[in-house]
Design a protein. Structure first.
Ligand code: ADP
Length: 956
């Protein structure tokens, strides 16, 4: 061994030892250290354990909180295994929300609660989620709650990996039922709104705040000619540029400005009128929409009101027209409600009463305008108005200035569309001026009435005063004629007589008219001999016309016979007037008085009288006026005396008896006055047609003894002069009392009694004579009175007088009266006077040729002729007067054979002659003459026809 090696070895052993020592030292150090560390570790471990324990404690606590946290959340949290889709965790909230316990759900498939209809959809959804690894989704669906109800769930599902690195679905589900309900309500509200707007008759467009169209309906498109399809998009579209529709407006520029204004101002504007270029009329609404003061857009609404506009225009025009008319017509209109409150006052009404319309409206019309008296009238009218009736009435109104104003109101109810009366309208016509006039007229009328009364009184008084001396004048004149006057005196007498006669008729006319006008004339119906009256008139006028080439004829219907009940006095006066006129105005030719039966009623017979003449006639334009008072129509140059009252009186008298009078006349062609009056027939055995033809008697009265009660000396002398002349014995009483006294002592055949006498009047004396037992209780008393008043006659009859003689009376009137009361022996029959009816026989040969023994046939022919054919001849009068020759010819042709059938062969010949005359232009005068002759003949043959007919009837 080498030293070095040993050395080296030693060295190495050394170093090893040293190292070992070192190591040992280190080890012991380490052991120390370790034991230290061990202690420390133990300490540490202790504290760790402590800490862990605390941590665990803490953890436990946090889990609790966590759980509490999860439980406190309203949302349901659950986990689903992606492998089998079952619930692996469900937060306990599920019980509160859906009513299920956690345990009930764990292990169940995730769609266990989902309403079956939605399960498929959900399955697909989650499958795609898993497939596509979409880690977060949201879904809504309905589920079934434990209690059977349904609720909507909105859930977020996340796809997560768990600690094992596996996929898991974690869902947070929330009950969104309430939200769903709200959503549903919102949707239906929106649908409703959209539907309403779409189907609205108005055009609607809704724009948002940026003017993009949100909604536009069909009507809008139609009105503006837009294509609806352009706007049927879900997304808002742009607004319609105004220039697209500008041309549709009547004034595009103005409209554009207006639309801009509206958009800027954002204020609601309703019912704005818009005129379109094509004449249509729109109404526009602009409604801005705000939410919490924030502008959200706006709505445009247009309505086509063209029809309404036109109707309104029309109404306005017609209202304007009527207002114009009303204003021009001076009619004031006022409308009030049922409480009389003024609803509307028209301009003219306001003017009428001095108020403005504003002052009137709302006021109570009755309180403001009516006087208390007028209020009652109006209240009565209101009652009528409430029955729905219209009336007119006159009332005074108060003008604003206090003056009274008379108005005529025509009021009618105003009804609403259900027919309920809601007020009334009155049309007022200002009558103030007329009222004033009426008052003046009434005053004038009163004055006139007073003066008329005075006049009547005056007339009545004067009648006595004038008639008495006139009576004497006429009477004395007649007496003077008998004193053998010289030729000169005779002429004077004629003048006196005619003047006095005229004066007499004048006064009679005036008095008659006065009586008629005072309504004091009454019809007195008594039996009288109608035919006799007519014949006596004929005689009077035949006598008067003796010196003139005028024939006076009476033609009497054969059926007029016997006594008729009627007012003889009136008929006499009427006929006297008409015949008197005919006499006055006829210089030559004929005057014919015709009477025929016109109509037979149950108890009455209407008799038509006709007075025709061939005189001067009446110009056709004046014919209508002849019946007016004081009218004289005589042609120029023709002067006659008259009052112009005759026909007026005649007309009144005819009408008083229910009759009618008419005239047919032509200048130069004569006149025909016709009137009909009703009479009752007194049926007696002597009333045979023959009786009418009976003779009249005149008689002498020499052996009569008469009492004349008369206070007036002149009259006494007049009457006594006449009585002496006729050889009548008489006694004069100067007053009523004397008359009564004389009557006790001496029996008279007749008493003539003046009415107006001193001591006792004629009435009083008559009453005394009639009531006290005396020799003359039964003696006839005839009143003499200067008054022609009919009421005096009535009075006379009432007190028991038998007759009435109006002064002044001509001698023959007095004689007639005397004869009437003379006894048989006193009145001697002195002769017969022909009836004036000339009768030719019928053509009996012809009749027997025609009818032989067939009396039935003959009777019917006669009956037809008398009842119907006869009146047809009347037509000739007019036809000839109007010179209608062709018609005359035709009528003559038609009627001629009827004449032959009833045996009037000669008249048939005349008809033939008439017919032949018509062949050439005939001479009017000749025709007239032939016709008059024919007519006269026909009338006079009527009694004969009547008799013949009766004969046939008897033989039947
Ligand atoms: P006066 O008393 O004047 O005759 P009337 O009333 O009797 O009044 O007649 C009125 C007028 O009618 C007469 O003035 C006359 O002009 C006319 N008149 C009446 N009757 C006839 C007639 N038969 N012929 C012609 N004119 C007549």
């Amino acid at each position: 061994m080498r030293v070095e090696e040993i050395y080296l070895l030693t060295q190495s052993v050394q170093r090893e030892r040293e190292a070992r020592l070192q190591a040992e030292k280190k080890l012991s150090q380490k052991i120390d250290e370790l034991s230290q560390t061990k202690e420390q570790f133990r300490l540490l471990n202790d504290s760790l354990t402590q800490q862990i324990a605390e941590k665990v404690q803490e953890l436990r606590r946090s889990d609790q909180e966590h759980r509490q946290l999860i439980e406190s959340v309203h949302d349901i949290i659950y986990k689903v295994s992606p492998i089998d889709g079952t619930f692996t965790y469900v937060s306990p909230v599920v019980e509160r929300t859906l009513g299920y316990m956690e345990e009930e759900l764990l292990g169940k498939p995730y769609n266990y609660l989902v309403i079956p209809d939605y399960r498929g959809m959900l399955h697909d959804f989650y499958m795609s989620m898993l497939r596509d690894k979409v880690d977060n989704t949201y879904q809504e669906f309905p589920v079934l709650c434990k209690d059977g109800s349904q609720c909507w769930i909105g859930q977020t599902v996340r796809l997560v990996t768990n600690e094992d690195g596996k996929w898991e679905l974690v869902a947070v589900a929330r009950n969104i039922t309430d939200q769903k309900e709200i959503e549903k309500a919102l949707v239906s509200a929106q649908i409703r709104l959209t539907t309403v707007i779409s189907s609205s008759v108005s055009a609607v467009m809704i724009e948002d705040e940026n003017h993009a169209i949100v909604l536009i309906n069909r009507m809008f498109c139609d009105l503006f000619g837009l294509n609806e399809l352009d706007f049927q998009q879900d997304v808002p579209i742009c607004s319609i540029p105004f220039r697209l529709v500008a041309h549709l407006f009547e004034e595009p520029e103005k409209e554009r400005k207006r639309v801009n204004d509206l958009l800027q101002n954002r204020r609601v504007v309703l019912g704005e009128e818009v005129c379109m270029a094509d004449g249509r009329q729109f109404e526009r609404d602009f409604i801005p929409v705000f939410r919490d003061d924030q502008y959200m857009g706006h709505l445009w609404r247009y309505t086509d009101v063209t029809e309404k506009y036109l109707a309104r225009e029309q109404l306005r025009k017609s209202e304007e027209k009527y207002r114009g008319i009303m204003n021009n017509m001076e009619l004031g209109l006022l409308e009030v409600d049922n409480n009389q409150t003024i609803v509307r006052a028209y301009e003219r009404f306001c003017q009428m009463l001095g108020y403005t319309s504003d002052e009137l409206i709302g006021q109570n019309a009755a309180e403001l305008l009516l006087t208390p008296a007028a209020r009652e009238v109006v209240a009565r009218q209101q009652v009528i108005r409430k029955q729905g009736l219209a009336t007119s009435y006159e009332i005074p109104l108060r003008h604003k200035n206090g003056q009274t104003l008379w108005v005529l109101i025509s009021g009618s109810p105003i009804m609403d569309e259900h027919g309920t009366i809601i007020g009334s309208i009155g049309i007022h016509y200002n009558l103030t001026e007329r009222k004033q006039l009426e008052i003046e007229v009434a005053q004038a009328h009163k004055l006139a009435e007073e003066s008329r009364q005075a006049e009547k009184q005056f007339l009545a008084n004067m009648s006595h005063e004038i008639r008495t001396p006139l009576n004497a004048i006429i009477g004395m004149t007649h007496l003077l004629y008998d004193t053998r006057p010289s030729q000169e005196q005779l002429e004077y007498l004629d003048i006196i007589r005619s003047s006095a006669d005229f004066l007499h008729s004048l006064i009679s006319d005036l008095l008659d008219m006065a009586k008629i006008e005072a309504g004091r004339v009454e019809v007195h119906r008594e039996p009288f001999d109608l035919a006799g009256l007519l014949r006596s008139l004929q005689k009077i006028f035949q006598m008067r016309l003796q010196k003139r080439p005028v024939v006076m004829d009476v033609m009497l219907d054969a059926r007029i016979s016997g006594k008729y009940i009627g007012d003889e006095l009136m008929l006499n006066q009427i006929l006297l007037n008409l015949l008197g006129n005919a006499e006055k105005f006829t210089e030559e030719g004929s005057i014919v008085l015709t009477a025929r039966v016109r109509k037979k009623e149950a108890t009455r017979t209407w008799i038509e009288f006709q007075v025709s003449d061939t005189g001067i006639g009446i110009p056709s334009d004046k014919v209508e006026r002849v019946f007016q008072k004081f009218r004289q129509i005589s042609p120029q140059g023709h002067k006659h005396k008259g009052t112009g009252l005759g026909l007026a009186i005649t007309k009144e008298l005819v009408e008083l008896q229910e009759g009618k009078i008419s005239v047919r006349s032509e200048e130069g062609e004569g006149s025909v006055f016709t009137f009909s009056l009703p009479y009752e027939l007194v049926m007696t055995e002597e009333n045979t047609p023959e009786e009418i033809l009976a003779n009249e008697t005149t008689g002498k009265v020499e052996n009569m003894t008469i009492l004349v009660a008369e206070d007036n000396l002149m009259n006494q002398r007049y009457v006594s002069g006449l009585l002496k002349k006729w050889g009548v014995t008489f006694t004069i009483a100067n007053d009523g009392q004397q008359a009564v006294d004389i009557c006790r002592k001496q029996k008279f055949d007749l008493i003539l009694m003046d009415i107006q006498m001193p001591v006792l009047t004629g009435y009083e004396a008559t009453i005394a004579i009639r009531s006290i037992d005396n020799l003359n209780q039964q003696t006839a008393i005839v009143a003499l009175t200067a008054s022609a008043m009919l009421d005096q006659k009535e009075m006379a009859i009432k007190v028991g007088m038998d007759g009435f003689l109006s002064k002044p009376f001509p001698p023959d009137k007095l004689l007639t009266v005397l004869k009437q009361y003379a006894t048989e022996e006193q009145a001697q029959v002195v002769g017969h006077v022909a009836s004036g009816v000339v009768t030719h026989p019928l053509d009996y040969d012809r009749l027997s040729e025609l009818y032989g023994d067939d009396t039935d046939y003959a009777a019917s022919m006669f009956e037809t002729f008398l009842e119907t054919v006869l009146t047809e001849f009347d037509a000739f009068d007019i036809l000839i007067q109007q010179q209608r020759w062709d018609d005359v010819r035709q009528l003559a042709h038609k009627l001629k054979p009827t004449l032959g059938m009833v045996g009037l062969s000669d008249l048939e010949a005349m008809m033939i002659q008439l017919e032949e005359m018509m062949q050439a232009e005939p001479d009017a005068n000749t025709v007239r003459h032939l016709w008059h002759t024919f007519r006269y003949d026909l009338m006079s043959r009527q009694p004969l026809l009547q008799t013949q007919w009766q004969n046939y009837l008897i033989r039947k």
